[in-house]
Design a protein around this ligand. Structure first.
Ligand code: PLP
Length: 391
């Protein structure tokens, strides 16, 4: 962004388009080109290893533009992209935690994160404990003298619940913990964690940030100091993002605002339609008063997101029939793309969790999860309606 633009208080959609763009533009190119070069000329003045311009060190022009744009979107100081959302999460946790440390996490988490902290981190001497994100009164009892961080998700996957997010950031501050939040489901359009006191915001950029189901990428956003520490770890662990994927993520980001606002609207309409349908037992969507955390979502978010899940009265057999019956949504894991996706989390995102753990959290085998895409909502609703008809 040019200096005149920096002085203006630009709104999110303008920042999506202009923040981080090189000044002057490279060769006058309106779109930042892909810098498909693994290494860069070295001036020979003996700087720090981490400042060498090299593709694994995540500092090519494509990386730099993304870092500035992502930080601007969440009103934070700095950002860093990664080769996947899991690379962002694992590199960040391994930066801020070491042998002997303990981390408190929300009980209902993305399955990959849950597996990482329960199955991999113990081998590094890092232990974890779980809390209900909507029960702050219980958090103090879960604290240990070696607890270093608190980790939550803005909208929990797959039950779409919204915890006491403001209280979580305040609790972490009070007890000297770093507060981390996975903001993948909300996106910076609906929620900006730094504005509510979170130290680090994590994203699977594979999802809404890119928005087209064609790359894998991750991001972490926070203070210059913390991002600098995480970058050093990333330089060694090597989960950097390829410049061509940077280019695609950069292109996808420019339309994030229009995409997410449309998905907010469509998901709300679909959630309301499902909640009224007699074949549907219950619907989980932060925009519905019946979903736990609706009032908090109203207070904290600019929109309720494009993700919903629901249970059919006919249980597992009906869920299977429904998924086979819809024609527009693609039956596939992942989320946040232009096409609607549908899955049963017990067989995809949460398959790594034991059936007992899933049952304790209320994730049944029959739960159906939908990532609402950009299809016309009338077509989508009619398709769902057809598939819900009794056979
Ligand atoms: N966080 C959330 C909420 C996710 O849904 C996912 C993937 O589904 C991840 C993190 C991991 O991201 P990735 O698949 O880009 O590694």
């Amino acid at each position: 962004m040019g200096s005149a633009m920096k002085q203006m208080r630009l709104r999110l959609d303008t920042r999506l388009v202009h923040a981080g763009e090189p000044v002057p533009r490279v060769g006058g190119a309106v779109a930042l080109p892909v810098f498909q070069s693994s290494t860069y000329e070295y001036s020979g003045d003996g700087g720090d290893y981490h400042d060498l311009k090299y593709i694994r060190l995540n500092n090519t022009p494509n990386h730099a533009a993304l870092h500035t744009k992502l930080a601007a979107l969440e009103n934070a100081e700095d950002a860093l992209v990664f080769g996947s959302g899991m690379a962002a999460i694992s590199t960040t946790l391994l930066t801020i935690l070491g042998a002997g440390d303990h981390v408190l996490l929300q009980d209902c988490l993305y399955g990959g994160t849950h597996d990482l902290v329960t199955k991999d981190l113990p081998a590094y001497g890092i232990s974890c404990g779980f809390i209900r994100a909507d029960k702050p009164a219980q958090w103090q009892a879960a604290l240990k003298p070696n607890t270093r961080a608190l980790y939550v998700e803005t909208i929990s996957n797959p039950l779409m619940q919204v915890g006491e997010l403001k209280a979580a950031a305040a609790f972490a501050k009070k007890h000297g913990l770093l507060s981390l939040i996975d903001n993948t489901f909300a996106t910076p359009v609906n929620f900006r964690p730094a504005e509510w006191g979170f130290d680090l915001s994590l994203h699977s950029a594979t999802k809404y940030l890119n928005g087209h189901s064609d790359i894998v990428a991750g991001a972490v956003i926070g203070s210059k100091d913390l991002i600098g520490r995480i970058k050093r770890k990333l330089d060694h662990l090597g989960g950097s993002l390829d410049p061509h994927a940077c280019f695609l993520l950069h292109r996808g980001l420019k339309t994030l605002g229009v995409r997410v606002r449309q998905q907010n609207q469509s998901a709300l309409r679909l959630a309301r339609f499902l909640a009224r349908h007699r074949a549907v037992k219950s619907v989980n969507y932060p925009g519905l008063p019946t979903t736990r955390g609706h009032a908090r979502a109203q207070a904290l978010f600019d929109g309720f997101g494009g993700m919903l899940s629901f249970e059919l009265r006919g249980g597992l057999a009906a869920a299977r029939r429904f998924i086979q019956g819809v024609t527009l949504p693609v039956v596939a894991p992942s989320l946040g793309g232009v096409e609607s996706l549908i899955t049963r989390p017990a067989t995809t995102s949460h398959a790594g969790m034991s059936p007992a753990d899933r049952a304790a959290l209320g994730i049944t085998d029959s739960l159906v999860r939908v990532s609402v895409g950009l299809e016309d909502i009338i077509d989508l609703t009619e398709d769902f309606n057809r598939a819900l008809r009794p056979v």
